[in-house]
Design a binder for this molecule. Structure first.
Ligand SMILES: [Zn+2]
Length: 138
């Protein structure tokens, strides 16, 4: 399991990045509480597999993802453990517009409760609180 922590990104923004990781390597990536967890059960997974200079290597491939998402000016990926990374916001000025747009709180219709972790909508506060607990169990 590879984890990428970031306290500078919302769950929605992390979900975009998780999707890009999923598409790039064909692995499962999910978002939970300020981090992306990448399931690397695959034996030829990029972290252990190809060498540092290969595009398939996790760190190199992730840099390419950041370039495509235009995040490479604003963020740096810091390695904090063998399979632990941290995504740090280093330059507020370089934030890409898609990030600013997804960061803005959406105006919710009346009677709609939104999960702060995954953005799912509920028409009832009780249903939302039951759902929210799931994020802590997983
Ligand atoms: Zn949720």
């Amino acid at each position: 399991m590879i984890t990428i922590q970031s306290s500078d990104l919302t769950e929605n923004q992390l979900a975009e990045i998780a999707l890009a990781i999923q598409n790039r390597w064909g692995v499962a990536a999910f978002v939970k509480m300020h981090e992306i967890a990448v399931v690397d059960d695959d034996e030829d997974f990029p972290l252990e597999g190809p060498g540092k200079d290969s595009d398939e290597n996790f760190e190199k491939g992730f840099k390419i993802i950041m370039e495509r998402l235009k995040m490479d000016g604003a963020f740096v990926l810091e390695k904090v453990g063998r399979s632990k990374f941290r995504l740090l916001l280093v330059d507020h000025e370089s934030l890409p517009t898609w990030l600013e747009e997804t960061a803005k709180p959406k105006k919710l219709p009346d009677g709609v409760y939104e999960c702060p972790h995954c953005g799912k909508w509920f028409d009832d506060e009780l249903l939302l609180s039951m759902h929210t607990k799931l994020h802590y169990i997983i």
